[in-house]
Design a binder for this molecule. Sequence first.
Ligand SMILES: Cc1ncc(COP(=O)(O)O)c(C=O)c1O
Length: 328
Amino acid sequence: MKAEADPNLIVYFRGQYMPLGEAQVGILTHALHYGTGVFEGIRAHWDEAAQELYLMRPLEHYQRWKQNCGILHIDVPASPKQLCAITVELMRRNAFHTNVYIRPIAYKCAERVGVSPDDQDAFGLIGLPFGEYLHSENGLHAGVSSWRRIEDNAIPARAKICGAYVNSALASDDAKRSGFDEAILLNESGHVAEGATCNIFMVRKGHLITPPVTENLLEGITRDSVMELARRELGIPVVERAIDRSELYICDELFLTGTAVGVAPVTRVDHRPVKDAAIGAVSRQLRQLYFDATRGHLSQYRRWLLPIYRPEQEQGKGPVQQGEMRIA
Ligand SMILES: Cc1ncc(COP(=O)(O)O)c(C=O)c1O
């Protein structure tokens, strides 16, 4: 899905809430020319029954964002908790009653030519109504890309660095033009790293297997959530180890995870069926568990959620629903 931008949408930019149409950057902006920005992707899920919008693990997203900004010496002058509070206010000002994708971005904002960055930084938060990113209800067809995942000592893939997403864009564009739903990238060692916009898991011999974070991949928060759900709710052993390309062709199940994609089963890879090309039991259960957890249906995972509209959120007092996170 492509989220269309409404110019009247309220965004948070350079310390103020303002209409999207007024949040402009200059043509000479450093990040535009050299990719010197770091972004995040956070989801808020709408639960119709509860009439509530839940941010999914916003504190962890903002902690990751600030850490990764540090790699580029970009300063975000707000704490993760303050960023959560700004996000809650942003959701309220837009009165969102639907699923939302939040895109924080911090960048080198000097307007001049010359690649060496200085200490002029800016940041903004944009929230967009956002539905399904990949239509994976019947399973996806993924293709292994001829583009290799960028190496940590070139541009760290563990940070969502704007310039690094040229690597994802090249792989994704090739995959779409070749009729695939998503690209799978190998690293320079030939091992499976991740999808263009998501992490990857396979099921083999009763184990849930995903590459370790040292294989040139984003340390996904959905990846972490899914590993916990698999261990605790399904009792499946989770193993982090290198995955060979050919294992994708002989595994029992394959799925992708990410803030945008959720838990997305892959039923064909490189024109080969994954097992019998049907969505497997582990993928199906994890997809459902993740859906329920993100909508506040599982009390043991409410600690991942920050509710937007519950009034006590504002004052930092009053009853919190069992285990729910609170920022004030
Ligand atoms: C390259 C890449 N890998 C993995 C992910 C999944 O990360 P997360 O689950 O934190 O959204 C993303 C999503 O933003 C991504 O862009």
